[in-house]
Design a protein around this ligand. Sequence first.
Ligand SMILES: CC(=O)CC(=O)C(=O)O
Ligand SMILES: [Mg+2]
Length: 219
Amino acid sequence: MADSLKNFRSICKKIIAVGRNYSEHASELGNTVPTKPIIFMKPTTAFVTEPNDIRIPADWDELHHEVEFGVIIDKQCQNVSKEEAEASIGGYCLALDMTERNLQNELKDQGLPWLLSKGFDTSCPCGDFIPKEKISLSSSVNLWLNVNGNRKQSGHTRDMIFSVPDLIAYISKYITLEHGDLILTGTPAGVGPVRRGDLIEAGMEGEHDLKYLMKFNVA
Ligand SMILES: CC(=O)CC(=O)C(=O)O
Ligand SMILES: [Mg+2]
């Protein structure tokens, strides 16, 4: 593992996110289940780390939480196969894909890009680097999220429509993945609004006592 990945946020060039990768989440928003991955990007200025706040822009009032499993690239790769994909991974992290749902729906209805609704400053709260050795891709990780102590989301990475190797193979066909890049792999069901003053707690649990928690206030 390259040591520089501990600070992946400072070297990350691209945050590539995947949409509708859990069928229950696609259905809860009335979307069809995709037959190939839906890809979008967030700027790296979207990163925010504890103990800083998620800041809702003044004129927005329907900010949704989306807890996601993050994959951090170590080795640059282009057009890799599913079988080769795992070798390009350096580690993982817990992340949120904060989304202004009203704006996203408005943009979607007009066939316009989602960027602003998902790429504003602090839209990518993110936890510490978790080395690749800590999580086996053949196991399933449980992702969960609470708002003010109430469970809102819980899902398992085994329920992704497109697996992590599928996603790396698909994305790298078109976009070179570079050292430090982050892939957000989509959110399970249960997304919903947060308000200023709310506390978001999120966690990830898996084999071999993997346990990771993070919390953010919404301001
Ligand atoms: C409908 C969405 O916002 C797509 C998305 O980001 C997801 O995680 O799914
Ligand atoms: Mg998402």
